[in-house]
Design a protein around this ligand. Structure first.
Ligand code: ADP
Length: 213
């Protein structure tokens, strides 16, 4: 894995799981790397969404295992962290988008498998293409359970459009809403479905780490 990795979680639409993704990947990377690094703080979560959802999530779960800093997408972050996850506003300005593209190793674009989210995703992808940013990847989120085919259909649409996509998708489950309410990682809930939900983010985290080597 690269020495330092900045990951912006972004997209032009709200409600597609940006905050949930930024929180869980920060927690995953913290858990994965803290032991190796011999320090308790390896992940930083920059809450650059003016809604401050990530900050409130962490406050509800205090003490939260990851350091959370509130700011805007262009602020410089404290040094010394191996990973910085940036939760961004649903409508970043072109300047913010350009800066995020420049300073992040990965731009992760959560998208739920529905027409409105896919429309907004295409606008985001077009804006990144215009910037010449190639280091983005879509993460399908809120994917309804089988036998619903929305996730598979969205995947096939994105693949045909040649848009880079995480192999792993995030299932839709109410456990994520409960985790936000309690201010914890979904794997802390006493519910077998919550453990499965966590395994989705673990797989995404692994995918990211292997590709950044
Ligand atoms: P965004 O940051 O894009 O606005 P959020 O992460 O705040 O999106 O999620 C929007 C809503 O959807 C919240 O109520 C959140 O708990 C819920 N949510 C997010 N991911 C999932 C999921 N995988 N399954 C079910 N609900 C989810």
């Amino acid at each position: 894995m690269a020495e330092e990795m900045n990951i912006a979680v972004l997209g032009f639409k709200g409600g597609v799981g940006k905050t949930t993704t930024a929180v869980h990947l920060a927690l995953y990377l913290q858990q994965r790397c803290a032991a190796q690094a011999g320090t308790s703080q390896v992940s930083l979560l920059l809450d650059a969404d003016p809604n401050r959802s990530a900050s409130r999530w962490a406050e509800r779960g205090s003490p939260f295992p990851v350091k959370v800093v509130a700011g805007d997408p262009t602020m410089s972050t404290p040094s010394g962290f191996q990973h910085t996850l940036i939760d961004t506003p649903a409508r970043p300005t072109p300047e913010q988008l350009g800066l995020l593209a420049e300073r992040c190793e990965l731009l992760l674009l959560p998208c739920s498998p529905d027409a409105l989210a896919l429309d907004a995703l295409m606008l985001t992808v077009n804006a990144l293409d215009r910037l010449g940013a190639k280091h983005y990847k879509v993460l399908l989120t809120l994917v309804p359970p089988w036998p619903n085919r929305d996730g598979a259909e969205a995947r096939s649409f994105l693949q045909q459009a040649g848009i880079p996509l995480c192999r792993q998708a995030i299932r839709r489950t109410v456990a994520f809403q409960r985790a936000a309410l309690e201010g914890v990682c979904v794997n802390q809930l006493l519910d077998p479905r919550a453990k499965q939900a966590w395994s989705d983010y673990v797989a995404v985290g692994e995918e990211i780490c292997h590709e950044q080597v």
